[in-house]
Design a binder for this molecule. Structure first.
Ligand code: PEP
Ligand code: MG
Length: 753
């Protein structure tokens, strides 16, 4: 059974379009369950369920039989959201007869809902003439299959809404998670990992003969490479292994794989996509063979596939010219990928993976680039070269936008530009409420570009410098001297304002390509201070670089991430003191910087007094604190709806941290993304946070909101929300207050959830 399941899902997954996917589903299920009928119904735009494919019923009924959620047995399955298993379908009160299906011949009926993201996407049905109930095993098989196919069908459906070759493009909408606010209109540039057969972007080519010639050139290069490899290894290979090289070479012949690919290119499909499609189909054929020897050949096909693909992509990568209005689209975007595109060409980002507080989203907010993450159903491979609209306020992407939509987003864009102009005027004004309470606003940085943007926006200090960013952009650890130079730039740019440098915080979703950390549970694993205390040589080099860099500025603050125990603070402090004394002995004229502790895990919340008595300051990392209090991965789009910084548990923790720390006389900053949400900032200021540190883009927005309210209003709001038990209710209360204070729409929606 498991084999059947796996191979059906795999086959459906590799179908090129929805129709093929559904036809594969019905024929493969019918065969696997040895039934007489298998059909699939899918919900259409009007909320009705349409027969989309069948193996067993009359084919002419496809696209005609359509039922509402209360109609017939299909409607009954939809309403109940659970399987219906009947011995005699016709005698059921909900049975509705459609003469065009010819289903009067079948008694046994098993219908299973296909549920994706809590909604019934469709119904899978098997039927048989014999009067019998499908047994428990059969029912469980169909339920399992339906659960697995739901996401695949949703994806195929999403792909289906895109126009295919030769068709007139029509507007399509996809939803994700709002990553960075703002709107952008531009051309999609799909970025994929190199030589990954599963993520090759689909592109249409006009000059098919040139594409065929290009393909043949790449094949020739691969052929030479394989021959060369075969020659080199000749003396070390046995005859069977040598035969493998010949087999590889013959697969590249025109009569074999190459011929199939050429045919597809002639239909107008780009060579890399056509190649990947053919290879994956052959791989599937081989891997489902009974014969063990042949099954193993699937790996050879894949290997050959990757070799040729890397040549096909290498040439296109070399010649890649980014359009002036590029919107990067990919399965998973990384900081390094962002670096590939010239900044002035980058208008937006869209990623299938990730969530609001993934590091790529944080980086995008810092750069002010509208971003959507977690667009799980986005058929991203099909989007290359298409026009896109990115709505980073609401987490929506539109492809091939029509005239009306463009007009609407142009208007929002104009409104945004006006807003930015208005905010620029606030640069030199203090961040002060109407009743004259000062709320210092600092920035979070990582790149040098952030520094300039922050200074332009009137930041009063750096609350978090993510030192891992320069580490992420290299292919080895930077040396102590290299680090000193980078850190000094930051310290110098902000002097005399304070700059809080966090010691290396890798692990979780930040892994260095040259220091990979493979773990089942990376967010609960070797992260932050745990890594650096296990590697004092890395920690000491970094601290020495920071201290040296601070010479003559003396505006450095050092901060320790992911602290769970007081002993970690003590060991880290001892190392900092050691580095400091060594440097004094070496002749540096430096002050001992304040050392702070991040409160990012529940264990730290319960030990605030102990931590506060040891540290010079505390800083709340609300991104991690929210994920650990709510047990919701900050990076996982599936649970993005549950990641809510306004959850009462999070707000109570935040309040208790300030109260306890102040009782020890220790100042507290907050440097999670929450501080940059204007609504949240009001609550945090009312709680008593001494400094709010945020990305440079949010800073003027937060300043404008704080300048529009009184602290008395903020405190009243806080008192009210602290009595509430539901995050949505709290959200609504904050929203209402912002609205009443006359705060413009574009400042409000970038909520941290
Ligand atoms: C946080 O966790 O809130 C934080 C500021 O650190 P990072 O986002 O880099 O994990
Ligand atoms: Mg953190």
């Amino acid at each position: 059974m498991l084999n059947h399941l796996r191979s059906i899902v795999q086959e459906v997954n590799s179908a090129r379009d929805l129709k093929t996917a559904l036809e594969t589903i019905v024929s493969r299920i019918k065969a696997a369950m040895a039934t007489e009928v298998c059909s699939v119904y899918l919900r259409d735009g009007d909320g009705k369920y349409m027969l989309m494919a069948t193996d067993g019923l009359n084919e002419n009924a496809v696209g005609h039989v359509r039922l509402g959620p209360k109609e017939g047995l299909i409607g009954w399955v939809v309403m109940r959201e659970e399987p219906i298993n009947l011995e005699d379908a016709e005698s059921h009160p909900s049975f509705q007869y459609f003469p065009e299906t010819g289903e009067e011949r079948y008694s046994a009926f098993l219908g299973v809902p296909i549920i994706h993201q809590r909604a019934v996407l469709g119904v899978l049905v098997v039927q048989q003439a014999e009067r019998r109930r499908f047994d428990e095993g059969e029912e469980a098989f169909l339920v399992t299959l339906s659960a697995q196919l739901a996401a695949v069908i949703a994806h195929a459906e999403a792909t289906g809404v895109l126009a295919r070759i030769g068709q007139q493009a029509t507007e399509a909408k996809f939803t994700g998670v709002a990553g960075a606010p703002g709107v952008a209109m531009g051309t999609a540039v799909v970025i994929t990992p190199v030589a990954d057969l599963h993520s090759v972007p689909f592109r249409v080519v006009d000059d098919v003969e040139a594409e065929v010639a290009f393909f043949k050139r790449c094949l020739a290069v691969t052929r030479d490479e394989i021959k060369e490899l075969g020659n080199q290894l000749k003396s070390r290979l046995n005859r069977e292994e040598q035969a493998l090289f010949d087999a590889y070479l013959s697969m590249l012949d025109d009569s074999s794989l190459a011929g199939e690919v050429t045919e597809r290119i002639r239909q107008g499909i780009c060579a890399p996509y056509a190649w990947s499609e053919v290879i994956l189909e052959h791989e599937l054929n081989f891997s489902s063979m009974e014969d063990g020897y042949l099954r193993e050949r699937a790996a050879d096909v894949l290997d050959l596939g990757r070799r040729v693909l890397s040549h096909l992509q290498e040439s296109s990568r070399e010649s890649r010219v980014y359009p002036e209005n590029a919107i990067l689209v990919g399965e998973e975007l990384t900081a390094a990928m962002l670096g590939e595109v010239p900044k002035e060409h980058l208008l937006g980002l869209v990623s299938r993976k990730g969530s609001h507080n993934s590091h790529v989203a944080i980086l995008a907010r810092a750069m002010g680039v509208p971003t959507i993450v977690g667009a799980v159903d986005l058929p991203y491979k099909q989007l290359d070269g298409r026009e896109l609209v990115v709505d980073g306020y609401n987490g929506i992407v539109y492809s091939d936008p029509g005239v009306e939509l463009r007009k609407r987003y142009n208007a929002i864009y104009e409104e945004e530009q006006q807003l930015v102009k208005g905010l620029e005027a606030l640069k030199d004004l203090p961040c002060e409420s109407l009743d004259h309470h000062r709320v210092p606003l600092w920035v979070n940085t990582g790149l040098m570009a952030d520094v300039f943007r922050s200074l332009e926006r009137g930041a009063e200090g750096v609350g978090l410098y993510r030192t891992e960013v320069p580490f992420l952009l290299r292919d080895r650890f930077p040396s102590e001297e290299e680090q000193r130079v980078i850190y000094r730039e930051q310290l110098e740019a902000f002097a005399p304002h304070p700059v809080t440098m966090r010691t290396l915080d890798i692990g979780g979703d930040k892994s260095l390509p040259y220091f990979p950390i493979e773990e089942d549970n990376p967010f609960l694993g070797w992260r932050g201070i745990r890594v650096t205390l296990d590697h004092p040589e890395i920690f000491l080099a970094q601290v020495r670089a920071m201290l040296k860099a601070s010479e003559s500025f003396n505006n450095l603050r050092i901060m320790l991430p992911m602290i769970t125990s007081t002993s970690e603070v003590e060991v880290a402090q001892t190392l900092v003191y050691r580095a400091y004394h060594e440097l004094l002995e070496e002749g540096y004229k430096i002050d001992l910087p304040p050392i702070g502790v991040m409160v990012e895990v529940p264990a730290a919340v319960y030990q605030v007094r102990e931590l506060a008595s040891r540290a010079d300051f505390l800083s709340v990392g609300s991104n991690d604190l929210t994920q650990y209090i709510l047990a919701v991965d900050r990076n996982n789009a599936r649970v993005a709806d549950l990641y809510h910084s306004f959850h009462p548990a999070v707000l109570r923790a935040l309040q208790s941290i300030v109260t306890e720390a102040h009782a020890q006389g220790t100042p507290v900053t907050i440097c999670g993304e929450m501080a940059g949400d204007p609504g949240a900032a009001i609550l945090l200021a009312a709680m008593g946070y001494d400094v709010l540190s945020m990305n440079a883009t949010s800073l003027p927005k937060v300043k404008s909101v704080i300048r529009s309210i009184t602290m008395v209003q903020a405190e009243e709001l806080l008192q009210r929300v602290m009595r509430m038990t539901d995050a949505d209710e709290i959200n609504a209360a904050v929203e209402e207050m912002l609205q009443q204070a006359g705060i413009t729409r574009l400042l409000r929606p970038a909520r941290t959830h």
